[in-house]
Design a protein around this ligand. Sequence first.
Ligand code: APR
Length: 278
Amino acid sequence: ISPSIPPRQLKSRSIESVAHYILNRPVSKVVVLTGAGISTSAGIPDFRSPETGLYANLSRLNLPYAEAVFDIAYFRQNPEPFYTLAAELYPGKFRPTLAHSFIRLLADKGLLLKLFTQNIDCLEREAGVPGDLIVEAHGSFAEQSCIECKLFYDKDEIRKHVAAKTIPRCPSCDGLVKPEIVFFGEQLPAAFFANRMLPVEADLVIVMGTSLTVQPFASLPQLAREDAVRVLINKEVVGGLGSRADDVVVLEDCDEGVRQLAKALGWLNDLEALWAET
Ligand code: APR
């Protein structure tokens, strides 16, 4: 096996060529970029898939338009639709997927430079990805606070309200309480901006389960250097992936794609053992 494989020599742009590149470059800094598609097999709908996506199934909430459920101006007027949805999506009843365990495996092997996720389900943490390696670009349900005075709100209290389908209000200023999910119209967390240039340092960028339709997250893949390799594992081609000579596009279900890559890497037993623990 040659000592190092510059990406230009990736023979067939396939899973096997990616595995060969990882093991022989050798790759040491992987940045992973994920969206809702890596949690659909856990039972959490994505947003934009026709029929099954969340935005196609919110008619019961009588929203002016689907994304209003995550719009801060709409939430101020009418928090009910979000809290109805929160009862269905609240973490604690979903199991991480094989794709989440693959990211944990990259971390265990010391290869994960950073995971940027758009998901709010906290499944990356539950899969055992170290917290300092995760950037929850659109926040998560992990914390909650008053949207007016920013006072933090108690975790057990909000869980009671979500279960009872009542609306939590700030004990200090009576403002609406909201989980720290980034709504349309809100700023992304400081951690996103502090880490957003990391894809430049990567020698491999893996994009999984996202339509890459929401900025600024969608701009991350193009930050990868020309001499790095970008791999898309997704049901559809998105975000210009495939436009570069060394891009590898894997039109597969995320779990199937990571299973094939782990197999080609000789890591399938490790991956399945990790997933079995979740
Ligand atoms: N395997 C592979 N790809 C999948 C799978 C799967 N099991 N399930 C869905 N996909 C693909 C879809 O084809 C689509 O390209 O994942 C992508 C999901 O796209 P979206 O539903 O738009 O989800 P996401 O990209 O995470 O949305 C981004 O939009 O509403 C906002 O803040 C919200 O974070 C969210 C952001």
